[in-house]
Design a protein around this ligand. Structure first.
Ligand code: DC
Length: 234
């Protein structure tokens, strides 16, 4: 395979509701890469913990969640309807359930648990092994794939992010309350950035994309230019 056609690993990290997954999916479609939503894995563990009373009201029972990890199996399987991988928890499709408000409100405390992260990072590395992958999350360029060839760090103004999240909930017919959305985004940013285990931060070699005033098409124009440059360089 020629250098330019080789399949690389692309990492996309950044704050909540920046449009990481929309952007990552568009890239995966264009390059015929596999899209992996690492946040869905933390959400699946959180859903399991909620169902078993291991996390409630934003407080996680660390020891019992760690003890339950061997019982938790997470996988992605192709979804013909969306064209993207859907998340499965112990064989059950949970793509919709993991986006519920209860999960959003409890996922940050669950993802601060170092043992949970270690297990999920192991799975993520195995999934990206052969390249041809776009993975989004918080620590993909820093911890999961520190040697990835192309790293992007996404950001947008908090007001813009809250509005996007609100519209997303409304479009899905889910309960949406502006104040609650702002609070959830601010809380998650704070916990994700200040936790001890793999906090959200930009990798030194990640390129920043502030998409506050950009359309999805403009982001793709930006990406194509970056991608071409990177493939020509190496
Ligand atoms: O991308 P998302 O909003 O669906 O992610 C949900 C939560 O999972 C997020 O608040 C923090 C956590 N997460 C993480 O700690 N590390 C990742 N690589 C991805 C997500």
């Amino acid at each position: 395979m020629g250098k330019r056609n080789r399949k690389i690993i692309i990492t996309i990290d950044g704050y909540s509701s920046c449009g990481k997954s929309t952007f990552a999916k568009a890239i995966a479609t264009e390059l015929k890469y596999i899209y992996i939503d690492s946040g869905a894995m933390y959400r699946a563990v959180t859903l399991f913990a909620l169902r078993h009373g291991l996390v409630t009201g934003g407080v996680a029972d660390e020891e019992r969640i760690l003890g339950a990890m061997p019982e938790i199996s997470i996988s992605f399987r192709p979804d013909l309807e969306t064209g993207f991988p859907a998340t499965y928890l112990n064989g059950e499709k949970v793509e919709r359930e993991i986006r519920d408000r209860e999960v959003s409100n409890n996922v940050s405390p669950v993802s601060t648990i170092a043992g949970v992260r270690a297990r999920l990072v192991e799975l993520q590395r195995a999934m990206g092994e052969g390249g041809g992958v776009v993975m989004d999350g918080r620590d993909i360029g820093t911890v999961v794939f520190p040697d990835a060839e192309l790293k992007i760090f996404m950001t947008a103004r908090p007001g813009v992010r809250a509005q996007r999240r609100y519209l997303e909930l409304v479009s899905k017919g889910l309960p949406a309350d502006r104040e609650a959305v702002v609070k959830n985004i601010t809380d998650r940013d704070r916990i994700d950035s200040s936790r001890e285990a793999s906090p959200l931060r930009r990798a030194g070699d990640a390129v920043i994309l502030d998409n506050s005033d950009m359309t999805p098409e403009e982001q793709m124009v930006w990406f194509r230019e970056l991608y071409q440059r990177r493939m020509n360089e190496s």
